[in-house]
Design a protein around this ligand. Structure first.
Ligand code: ZN
Length: 247
């Protein structure tokens, strides 16, 4: 299921104003959460709204926010900026078995402008996915396991690059953000509250054990039981996927 999203409404002045406010704040901006309008609109193409220096500094801020979260991707709308720009990076030191299960290999930092992706082949993979704009939630999302990404670099060069495995998932998740699509729109199973008190797969960000933690764990177990009933592929995603990095 995908959302019907309105066309971009943000003019160049509006975008420049938001970016200038963020760049002059002196602190890292917060990641906006579901409910913010920037997350539900088609973002505007990067098209000269920002100077090269502003774009460069904004990419630097986005990278810092992504590291701080921590996450493996961040799209400009997640900072309230309706602009087709995202940063990606996956350099976390993770368990080799977990990495193999997800076909997850390190991804060097990259900033992508005006990206669009198309599936390569017909393979699909189902895993739990999280989003920095939907704190504490995860859901199983089936996605093409390989995509071709067409995008511009910050210098304006047109690139085409294929991604597979976990990298392909990050690319799709971030590009979807620029179309006003959240992963829950593509989820094939009920949304699961992330278990509290476990260290997430990123190796950072210990979650606080809040009131109702036991209830969350009970619901999580019931949810994974349902996934087992749904088939071996989803059951595997349920057992192994919770705690995946958000983006
Ligand atoms: Zn996200």
């Amino acid at each position: 299921m995908t959302q019907t999203v309105p066309p971009a409404a943000a003019g160049p002045g509006h975008i420049r104003e938001i970016v200038e406010r963020i760049l002059s704040a002196g602190t890292l901006p917060p990641i906006v959460q579901a409910g913010h309008p920037a997350l539900r609109q088609r973002a505007a193409d990067v098209d000269g709204q920002l100077s090269a220096d502003q774009l460069d500094r904004l990419i630097g801020v986005m990278r810092q926010v992504m590291h701080e979260a921590p996450g493996v991707g961040l799209a400009a709308p997640q900072l309230g900026i309706p602009l087709r720009l995202a940063v990606l990076e996956d350099q976390f030191d993770i368990d080799p078995a977990a990495a193999a299960l997800r076909s997850r290999s390190p991804l060097d930092f990259m900033a992508i402008l005006n990206p669009r992706y198309t599936p390569v082949g017909s393979g699909r993979a189902s895993f739990y996915e999280g989003c920095l704009s939907l704190n504490g939630l995860q859901a199983v999302v089936a996605r093409p396991d390989a995509v071709l990404l067409e995008y511009l670099t910050p210098d304006g060069a047109a690139e085409r690059r294929e991604f597979s495995g976990w990298q392909a998932r990050i690319v799709q998740h971030e590009t979807d953000h620029l179309d006003g699509i959240l992963y829950i729109d593509r989820a094939q199973a009920p949304v699961l509250e992330q278990q509290r008190g476990i260290r997430c797969a990123l190796g950072g960000g210990r979650h606080r054990e809040g009131a109702g933690g036991a209830g969350v764990r009970r619901r999580a177990r019931r949810h994974i039981d349902r996934l087992r009933l749904a088939g071996p592929g989803l059951a595997q995603a349920g057992r192994e996927g919770a705690g995946n990095p958000a983006a």
